[in-house]
Write a protein that binds this ligand. Sequence first.
Ligand SMILES: [Zn+2]
Length: 253
Amino acid sequence: MESPVDSAVRLLSASDYAVALTGAGISTDSGIPDFRSPGGLWNTFPAIFGDYHSFLTNPEQVLELGRVLLPLLFSAVPNEGHKAMKKLEDLDILQAIITQNIDGLHQMAGSKTVVEIHGTYKTATCLGCKRAFTLPELLPLSSSSLICPDCLGIVKPDVVMFGEPLPEEAFSQAVALTEQADLMIVAGSSLEVIPASHLVTMASRNKVPLIFINKSQTALDKLADIILRETISECLPHLVALVRKEVIPCESQ
Ligand SMILES: [Zn+2]
């Protein structure tokens, strides 16, 4: 019988429009804490710190979270998992990454098409006048408060908070990519957050094969064709090396 790894290699080698959905689990090996796992960030900070309505009444609370998270984000570099995704793109198998992460590590690894459905920590927007802020512009503000110098409105990091709708453009791009996919790799997401999980349900409805790489169970394991309960930064490079041998056979001789 074919092993799960062999099946994954076979599916990946045959794909020319694979789409990946990545979550916190791909970045934990880069030193960025997971939110939901035991010991994750939401164990330290009550979830209200990431709540949109609570942010509107008390914007300063996000600074407390920022003081813990920003140094980690600044020092993080892509790990072997991010690099393997980039290699899969170079093989013309992976066409896009839809990510729930805000850390920018896929882009830092060189991946070209990255759709950030939960936003990014690298920019912010004034809720009053809609002025866009880059991180260097935001940092001086964030030492004390998040007040827009132009209109005194609240400046909100472009990270999607609980109770806030997803960025429309990014999500419709994610839907379009999912509609086009001939294979979906779900790496490091517990799939507990909607509507990210809807993308997986949609792919499954379209009969798109699903490969899950996640250390623990996910909310949608029953939909997966292949489940690899492994560390992404170890498992994915191994898979990609095998796929590479399969699609560029001369190279291995
Ligand atoms: Zn403003």
